[in-house]
Design a protein around this ligand. Sequence first.
Ligand code: TK8
Length: 335
Amino acid sequence: MRKLLLTTTAIAFAVGAAAPAMAEFNSRNIRVSNGINQDHPVGNGIKAMQACLDDKSGGKLKLTAFWGGALGGDLQATQALRSGVQEAVVTSSSPLVGLIPSLGVFDLPFLFANSKEADAVMDGAFGDMMNKKLEEQGLVNLAYWENGFRNLSNSKHAVNKWEDFSGLKVRVMQNNIFLDTFQNLGANATPMAFGEVFSALETNAIDAQENPYVTIDTSKFYEVQKYITETNHAYTPFLFLFSKPIFDSYTPEEQAALRECAVVGRDEERKVIRELNQKSLEKIKAAGLEVNTLSAEEQARIREKSMVVYEKHKAEIGADVVDAVLADLKKIRGQ
Ligand code: TK8
């Protein structure tokens, strides 16, 4: 007993000695909600972020993750952040376009050719510019995580060309750019929150949806779909958003740790999701789905015909924002 007490005192002393650096950290329980499931790479990112926070805060900053939309969908959770009743959410940018129209830039069809381009734009000055707009709406974006390139799945027929989209009832994220992109393709597009997609597919209320392979895998959409086409029609990011009213009440050390560790989490999440992409596709194939790819000509045709969406939505997104991202991409592509 005595020995145990001594040991405890020694530990307390050791912790105490390290305390000055930790003095600026308070015990915080940070709730982070997600619409996707825990086995999505966002789960790996959150683990890595937690390890980093443990290290920096001496275990004081704790993330508690809620999966599968348990705290509400993307938009609902984001509103809870703005009013300061929830700390954080990993959300797609797309459902927030009603709130921040310029975020619609990320929904423009075929904007990014690969994830390298997406990373360069989001982790650079353009990403910072969008973060300022988010801050004006009470949202601190700690980092851009990856959702990924989106592909179409459906229960009706193989989609190999423009004409095959005709009449398909496709769920799209809640914004006009996605709606127009799919209507322009001839589909019957229906905006819907992510949490309703599985049962809408299961009951055939809709025929189709579009998401990255990893989401089609981890959210089990493959169980209620028959065909999949690698369309890569959009790359939409995840935002790691923090409630600005809550963030502002934290100490500078806590704020810095959150920002730095969200980047550590981002790097892990991007690494894992990129490794998983092909594995998820294999799993979807093994589940019996027919996998189709578009020919190079058809891809070019769809891409070209989709460009009307840029002109239609440029003013609403902000001409300066669209021009800025296109200028950035030109630079990145060395044009
Ligand atoms: C999950 C969503 C999802 C998105 C969608 O909450 O809605 O289709 O791709 O990842 O954010």
